[in-house]
Ligand binder design. Structure first.
Ligand code: BES
Ligand code: MN
Ligand code: ZN
Length: 498
């Protein structure tokens, strides 16, 4: 989808569909007032008839609006200006984009309402509009010809500004929104692909493809032999149960000074998690194809970083494997020596994410990182604690935690902090190794984070458990591309581009 900016008069602008934000119960303002005047009060007349409900998310399509060049005018009702929230704002825009796609208009010229939700400025409002439109335009087609897909997806969106002085900010919002959307889209698509297509090898191929699309990126893929030489026995122990070779994907984005310490992102790339010998129940097991969404989000952030030309150094590390039952798979009670030298008793083979991550986290030391963030669909326990709306954030670095929480809030891709206190560490004690890979039923997301913390002592570190937010279940099942927006926001702010 092509996104452009329009400043100047709206009534004389020809477009298949002019979309206007209104507050149905209130006098028209901004772009809607402009069109109302041009059409000799047509919108006010309709509003007074009560054809718009005054509830956020309603739309009304008008044809033949007098003295207006647009073929159609679509009113989108944002409800009451005084109670407009970001959620309502997004819901309304999504409804409008859906309506445009049903119309087969193909292109639209869209003007936002004059009042924005609390905490939102023109930049965020426009960026959200771009992201939402891209979100509605995305269709999974790799293995399906979607009959319900709109006959004519939105291919061009023009955002109208009523105030010219916003145009610099608006151009930036469009550029940032487009870049983030590209990253989100890649993360979603990789997540949605089935396990028999999106294997560790496939993920590695996608990283290589990213390298050819992006000047500043160089990609290296470590094979099992290289991992063995490094002593990555925890990672390799998970892969032993699979016929698919594991990969350690390393992506370096160089946008900063050569000697500048990089930010390192580590993403869990488990392309299918059956649980191994500690086999998962059959119900909904298909959703464990999404167990690589942490890794996919790292690829997505790399894509966005390239598009934004971020002036910093970034390293993405994606340990990738399957977790399946097999004669050679890990067994409960098996003990492995991780790359760090610490031994791990594998009491549950389904707690495999931390096994592949711990070696990747040890590997990160070689980059002399400014900080490391890992992103993983790590625990069902995190979903129980926070549900589907917030990612779990863990860090004993107060400043880093605060930065990530704020980035999530601004990006509308929120995280919520959970404790990482030493009190929980003892749950990992075992008589037979330096630690067990599970800490019992209580506080499972926390003990998982505690496990990882034992491999991250030498740098600033935060952990995002995205098990609840990486995909949606049910009728609308699909990857969300989260937390690409949160992480890109974090990087934009670090780059001083905000
Ligand atoms: N990939 C799963 C976590 C998961 C489960 C994410 C459900 C989203 C939905 C992870 O590898 C796993 O199986 N974790 C176990 C850990 C347990 C054995 C300590 C879990 O959460 O049940
Ligand atoms: Mn598992
Ligand atoms: Zn898993």
């Amino acid at each position: 989808m092509k996104v452009t900016l329009h400043t100047g008069a709206l009534a004389t602008q020809s477009t298949p569909c002019l979309v206007l934000g209104v507050f149905a119960q209130e006098p028209l303002t901004g772009a809607a007032a402009q069109i109302d005047r041009a059409s000799n009060g047509r919108l006010t007349a309709l509003r007074e008839k009560g054809d718009l409900s005054g509830e956020a998310g309603h739309t009304l399509l008008l044809y033949d609006v007098p003295d207006v060049a647009a073929e159609r005018v679509l009113l989108m009702d944002f409800g009451q200006s005084s109670t407009l929230t970001r959620a309502k704002y997004r819901k309304t825009l999504a409804a409008a984009i859906n309506a445009i796609q049903q119309l087969r208009a193909g292109e639209a010229l869209l003007a936002l309402p004059t009042t924005l939700p609390n905490g939102m400025n023109v930049y965020l409002a426009l960026r959200d509009a771009v992201l939402l439109a891209e979100e509605r335009v995305y269709r999974y087609t790799h293995t399906k010809n979607d009959k319900h897909a709109p006959k004519m997806p939105l291919t061009a969106l023009t955002l109208a500004l009523t105030d010219d002085s916003d145009s610099v900010v608006a151009e930036r919002a469009i550029a940032h929104g487009t870049a983030i959307a590209a990253g989100v889209r890649l993360a979603k698509e990789l997540g949605n692909l089935p396990g028999n297509i999106c294997t560790p090898t496939y993920l590695a191929t996608q990283a290589m493809a990213l390298e050819t699309r992006c000047q500043a990126l160089s990609v290296e893929v470590l094979e099992a032999e290289a991992m063995a030489a490094l002593g990555m026995n925890a990672l390799l122990s998970v892969a032993r149960g699979s016929r698919q070779p594991p990969k350690l994907i390393v992506m370096k984005y160089n946008g900063g000074a050569p000697n500048e310490q990089p930010i390192v992102l580590v993403g869990k790339g488990l392309t299918f998690d059956a649980g191994g010998i500690s086999l998962k129940p059959a119900t909904d097991m298909d959703e464990m194809k999404y167990d690589m969404c942490g890794g996919a989000s790292v690829l997505g952030v790399m894509e966005a970083a390239c598009a934004l030309n971020l002036p910093l150094n970034l390293v993405g590390v994606v340990p990738s494997s399957e977790n399946l039952p097999d004669g050679d798979a890990n067994k409960p009670g098996d003990i492995v020596t991780s790359m760090s030298g610490q031994t791990i008793e594998i009491l549950n083979t389904d707690a495999e994410g931390r096994l592949i991550l711990c070696d990747a986290l040890t590997y990160c030391k070689r980059f002399d990182p400014a900080l490391v963030i890992d992103i993983a669909t790590l625990t069902g326990s995190c979903v129980m604690a926070l549900g589907k709306h917030a990612a779990g954030l863990f860090s004993s670095d107060e400043a880093l935690a605060a930065e990530l929480l704020t980035a999530g809030e601004r990006a509308g891709d929120r995280a919520w902090r959970l404790p990482l206190w030493d009190d929980y560490q003892q749950q990992l004690d075992t008589n037979f190794a330096d630690m067990a890979n599970v800490g019992g039923r209580e506080g499972g997301a926390i003990t998982a984070a505690c496990f990882l913390s034992r491999f991250t002592k030498e740098y600033r570190w935060a952990h995002l458990d995205i098990a609840g937010v990486a995909w949606i279940s049910g009728k609308e099942k699909g990857g969300t591309g989260r937390p690409v927006a949160l992480l890109t926001q974090f990087l934009l702010e670090r780059s001083g581009l905000m």
